[in-house]
Design a binder for this molecule. Structure first.
Ligand code: COA
Length: 724
């Protein structure tokens, strides 16, 4: 017989202990909730039970509703019984007092059950919160009603909308828990507390009826209105934050009725596009850490105790900052003392900035700064566990560096390159240690951006890959394992983002500022033209050349970048690019000169006097910029650059700022359907193939197949694997 998901024990003291047991996080499935409620009813009906304690097995209370059940849920209401009325009536409204004994975490539905108890005790290491909004839903077991009644309306809204998890001491100060006790006393103290409520020594308080933390309705309404204004930016393109505020507001007068409404809306949001997307991202974040053949072979990650960086430019100093921030000693090597001073000073400035933002003491700042050392000599690398090279993108330069690294570093030191362009095998061609070579491709600024593409070759050993995955987690990066190839995953899939925007502006006459606005409205942090100004137009020229060399049939012969570079309009840093910038600011404004620059680009592209601009809708512009990206993403999947489609989704979100609530580039493509994308691309291909762009819009073979078979884009990578 399967072991029960909830156990029930009554001790001699007359306290029934109900324990949720659903590994790995004691999540609340329909079965768990039904069993908890059934045990409450048993406890209520048994004469030998005076009080109840609700807890979780294996030192964890509960990680919330079972999200795995959400993924298989096809339509609202399927497979889900109304739980909130039973929680209100049976747990909170029942005839015997209940105390929640909480260890490690009480999140989402877990905290909702705890709040329906009559008191809460937690251990010091516990975190408590209602993180449902990160999944595109709202609490569904009365959380929007009980949390404000325990911590106050303003704090409850802050916690839900910004997905805050309170540590136990903060939860105690806020009124969310009644006591913090050591783990070894948790159960005994919770039982005592429950018996004291039963005997009247401690007041019996039903959370939905509490008024001690909320003021009069008028005052709460004012707080809600100010929170609506404060969090306006979260409401763009998604329904759940506004729904959460609406339901808190509804409950000011009748929390019981509002909790019933809350459950209904939460169910609807689970199957909304943003709900499905955000739940997909949650699982993608966990799947990406699993690398078959690496994380499943019982190896133990080796600790990286000290790190060296070769090259202290923007990237190298950013990487050194990320490392020092996690208290790991780091050396930076440069070729002369001026460059070295600049590098060390940049890291110091980054750390001072962080100290200011995070309120560090001067002592802490000095301790972290002391971890950063500069050197001009490889001889100082003798003891480091990991070197990351972040030098100039030149094959001979990098090969020379790696030869030196092999000579001076210890025999098990991991040698990594931050190249975004060059094949790792080529970088390490002159070494004899290919098993410990890898790529660590950071995104700029490296101490801020969360994505780390871990590039492996055929020869990179599983141990080295595991060490790097572990190291990435330690320096607070999300590692996406990718195959060594041009542009790896993100830059490769997104190179058409700028190319297509250029085609629209130069060949079809669409205003670049309109293109940027449409992409921003869609949810990208910046449009393609603003992005090139941020990176610098010379970077645009260099990457444009790379793509032209690698994929000559599907790149524009000329983009705006080369013309802007000629005119010394390099972007933000020169105060002029596609936009103009007020001196000393990053605030862009339209450049009146752009019209003439575009006209010149057209002349140089061979567009004659009969050229005419094309009238085109916002929707079509959006698709013309993003469908070529989806098309290239299909090639990335087909070539197995990533292990799974969800890895590319995550990389697109973390590396390019693709909106999380759209699930990532492949998931979004699948939400529209391969057939639609294929038919649009085919249309543009036929219309524009005779222009300079040749095969740019041509559907890739894998998209073609997927559309024909009515399959999903996500399955391209699995199909590829099974074909081999
Ligand atoms: N339902 C189902 N599975 C869950 C879950 C949930 N609510 N929360 C976590 N899991 C699973 C994860 O998918 C992972 O599964 P895997 O090992 O198969 O990949 C496993 O539990 C461990 O989760 P992980 O996040 O890797 O562990 P952690 O110890 O770092 O963090 C939590 C644990 C609970 C803090 C974290 O998982 C979390 O924040 N979960 C979501 C909480 C939430 O949003 N609850 C509201 C749901 S409506």
């Amino acid at each position: 017989m399967a072991s029960p998901v909830v156990t029930f024990d009554v001790g001699d003291d007359g306290v029934a202990v109900i324990t949720m047991k659903n590994p790995p996080v004691n999540a609340i499935s329909g079965e768990v909730l039904s069993a908890v409620l059934a045990h409450f009813q048993t406890a209520h009906s048994r004469k030998d039970v005076k009080a109840i304690v609700l807890t979780g097995a294996d030192g964890k209370f509960c990680g919330g509703a079972d999200i795995r059940g959400f993924q298989v849920r096809k339509s609202v209401g399927a497979g889900r019984e109304s739980g909130v009325i039973r929680v209100n009536d049976i747990m909170e409204g029942g005839p015997k007092p209940a105390v929640a004994a909480i260890e490690t975490f009480a999140l989402g539905g877990g905290l909702e059950l705890a709040m329906a108890c009559h008191a809460r005790l937690a251990t010091p290491n516990t975190r408590l919160g209602l993180p449902e909004l990160q999944l595109g839903i709202i609490p569904g077991l009365g959380g929007t009603q009980r949390l404000p009644r325990l911590v106050g309306v303003g704090k409850a809204i802050d916690m839900m909308l910004t997905v805050q998890m309170l540590p136990a001491d903060d939860a105690l100060r806020s009124g969310l828990v009644d006591a913090v006790v050591p783990p070894e006393r948790l159960l005994a103290d919770a039982k005592k507390w429950a018996l004291n409520i039963a005997s009247g020594r401690i007041p019996w308080r039903r959370t939905l009826a509490r008024t001690d933390h909320v003021g009069p309705v008028e005052e709460s309404l004012k707080i809600i209105e100010s929170k609506r204004a404060q969090y306006k930016h979260l409401f763009k393109n998604v329904p759940h934050p506004a729904a959460c505020l609406d339901i808190v507001q509804r409950g000011l007068k009748d929390p019981y009725a509002a909790s019933v409404m809350e459950e209904k809306i939460s169910g609807e949001l689970q199957v909304s596009p943003s709900g499905k997307s955000l739940i997909h991202v949650f699982f993608s974040e966990r799947a990406v850490l699993k690398v078959p053949g690496v994380t499943d072979r019982g190896l133990k990650p080796r600790q990286i105790r000290s790190v060296a960086i070769v090259g202290g430019g923007l990237m190298g100093s950013g990487i050194a900052t990320a490392v020092a921030l996690q208290q790991i000693p780091v050396q930076i090597k440069e070729t002369d003392s001026d460059a070295l001073n600049r590098a060390v000073n940049t890291v110091r400035a980054n750390l001072e900035n962080r100290a200011k933002k995070s309120g560090w003491t001067q002592q802490k700042l000095q301790k972290v700064i002391a971890l950063v050392k500069g050197t001009l000599d490889y001889k100082d690398f003798g003891n480091v566990d990991l070197v990351m090279e972040a030098a100039f993108e030149s094959i001979p330069v990098k090969q020379q560096i790696f030869e030196a690294l092999e000579r001076y570093c210890k025999a098990d030191c991991i040698l990594a390159t931050n190249t975004s362009l060059i094949d790792i095998d080529v970088v390490g061609a002159k070494t004899h240690c290919q098993d410990r070579l890898a790529g660590t491709h950071f995104f700029s600024p490296a101490h801020v951006m969360p994505l780390l593409e871990l590039v492996r070759t055929e020869k990179t050993s599983p141990q080295v890959q595991l060490d790097l995955i572990n190291f990435a987690k330690i320096i607070r990066k999300i590692p996406v394992t990718v195959k060594s190839s041009v542009g790896f995953a993100v830059n490769r899939a997104f190179f058409p983002y700028v190319s297509s925007a250029n085609f629209l502006a130069i060949y079809l006459g669409v205003d670049p500022y309109r293109i940027d606005r449409i992409l921003k409205d869609f949810g990208m942090p910046v449009g393609p033209f603003r992005m090139t100004d941020m990176a610098g137009q010379q970077i645009g020229v260099a990457t444009g050349n790379l793509w032209r060399q690698t994929f000559p049939n599907r790149t524009l012969k000329m983009g705006l970048s080369s013309l802007l570079e000629e005119k010394n309009r390099l972007g933000e840093k020169t105060g002029k690019g596609v936009y103009n910038y007020k001196p000393g600011t990053r605030k862009e404004e339209p450049a009146p000169e752009l019209k003439d620059i575009l006209a010149e680009a057209r002349r140089r592209s061979g567009l004659g006097a009969d050229w005419q601009e094309v009238s085109i809708s916002d929707q079509e512009i959006l698709e013309m910029v993003l469908f070529p990206v989806v098309n290239e993403a299909c090639r990335v999947l087909e070539e197995k650059v990533v292990l799974r489609a969800s890895d590319l989704d995550l990389a697109s979100i973390l590396g390019m700022g693709f909106p999380r609530y759209r699930g990532g580039i492949v998931f979004w493509g699948d939400s529209l359907g391969a057939e639609h994308i294929h038919s649009q691309l085919s249309k543009w291909y036929n219309l524009y193939k005779s222009d300079a762009i040749e095969e740019f819009y041509k559907p890739s073979p894998s998209l073609e197949r997927t559309a024909a078979s009515k399959g999903t884009l996500a399955s391209i990578v699995e199909l590829t694997r099974s074909r081999l």
